[in-house]
Design a protein around this ligand. Structure first.
Ligand SMILES: [Zn+2]
Ligand SMILES: [Zn+2]
Length: 350
């Protein structure tokens, strides 16, 4: 049996014909399996959606009650039969509720990993290695220059700056779903106990995380807080808000940005970021290549970023590899202007 008889790449996502579903389709389909709630993977308007409870909840927060015709929650590790295929969701370690989706038929297993990272994150279940025959991997940071290093060390830099400039506000750009909550959890882990202030676009998602038992400490809305209150405090906002009128309310702000792209200093300068923090929710070069090796897969399908570099690396290792040309993953949306009840769930995280 060929893997294409289980999953076949199409321009709008991978499709399982025998199971009658698509994974993370970029256009509306009858039945969608969704790896996680970032908007490049989770779109509204599908007939039936199978995803983890958290992903379904986050989609509802963003798109409203009627985001799909019908929904079915998937539990990690519990196999579900769909047509002639068995599907199982496994933790991807990317954001709350994120999953890799294993699809099996006739003893052949293909794993669509969505977005993933193989480092600890206090806000989601750890990445689970799923042995497989074909591994579909993202490639957001698939260049050797991307080595994310230690997120705790980056948080220590932020706290050092707060201690150094107690009269200034610290404004941290972070994507609204996943990154913002991880930064807060890492601050708490480092012993920071003061209230953390939130831009309006990330309030509902962050409170959802807290409601799922993730310890985020005291959270306050920026809305209604005075200048004096914001001095010496840490505020999180979508990256796009850093350069908007909104940011002018902060006293002499130090601007930070938590992203894997901050490894590239020019990016930080371009965005006027004084304090780049290399914190990513994607695997870095070492994480991608180690994971590919560890799955034992003989064939690798690459999507979502620097496909060519990773395909080339696979070839040097004797692995069969191909890029999937799916348009629509990894696009950044402007969180501060995107509409919807919880603007900001949507933007692609980096
Ligand atoms: Zn994502
Ligand atoms: Zn993505």
């Amino acid at each position: 049996m060929r893997p294409e008889e289980i999953l076949v790449p199409t321009p709008s996502g991978v499709c399982c014909k025998r199971g009658g579903f698509h994974i993370d389709p970029t256009r509306p389909v009858e039945r969608a399996l969704i790896t996680h709630a970032h908007s490049d993977h989770a779109r509204a308007g599908h007939g039936a959606v199978l995803a983890t409870q958290e992903t379904l909840d986050l989609m509802r927060l963003r798109y409203g009650e009627n985001f799909a015709g019908s929904i079915q929650p998937a539990r990690y590790g519990a196999g579900v039969s769909l047509g002639g295929a068995k599907v199982t969701f496994h933790p991807a370690g990317h954001v709350l509720g994120s999953a890799q989706i294993a699809v099996e038929a006739n003893g052949l297993r293909v794993v669509a990993s969505g977005d993933y990272k193989n480092v600890p994150d206090p806000t989601c279940a750890p990445f689970e290695l799923v042995p497989c025959d074909v591994f579909i991997t993202e490639a957001t940071f698939a260049l050797p220059v991307f080595r994310h290093g230690d997120a705790d060390g980056e948080i220590a830099k932020l706290l050092h700056s707060v201690a150094l400039f107690p009269e200034r506000a610290h404004l941290v750009g972070a994507y609204s779903l996943g990154k913002a909550q991880r930064v807060i959890a890492l601050l708490r882990k480092a012993g920071y106990e003061a209230p953390v202030y939130l831009h309006g676009a990330m309030e509902s998602i962050t409170r959802y995380y807290a409601g799922r038992g993730i310890a985020l400490g005291e959270l306050r809305a920026v809305r209604g807080a005075g200048k004096a209150e914001l001095a010496g405090a840490i505020t999180l906002c979508p990256p796009s808000a850093l350069n908007e009128i909104w940011a002018r309310r902060f006293p002499d702000p130090v601007t930070a940005f938590a992203s894997g792209w901050m490894r590239i200093r020019a990016r930080a300068r371009q965005n006027g970021v004084a304090l780049p923090l290399v914190i990513s929710d994607h695997a870095d070069w070492d994480g991608l290549t180690a994971t590919i090796t560890d799955t034992g897969a003989a064939e690798i399908w690459v999507t979502h970023g620097q496909e060519d570099a990773l395909v080339h690396w696979c070839a040097t290792r004797g692995l069969k590899a191909r890029p999937l040309d799916i348009v629509g993953y990894g696009e950044e949306h402007d969180a501060a202007v995107s509409p919807g009840p919880a603007a900001g769930v949507g933007e692609a995280e980096v």
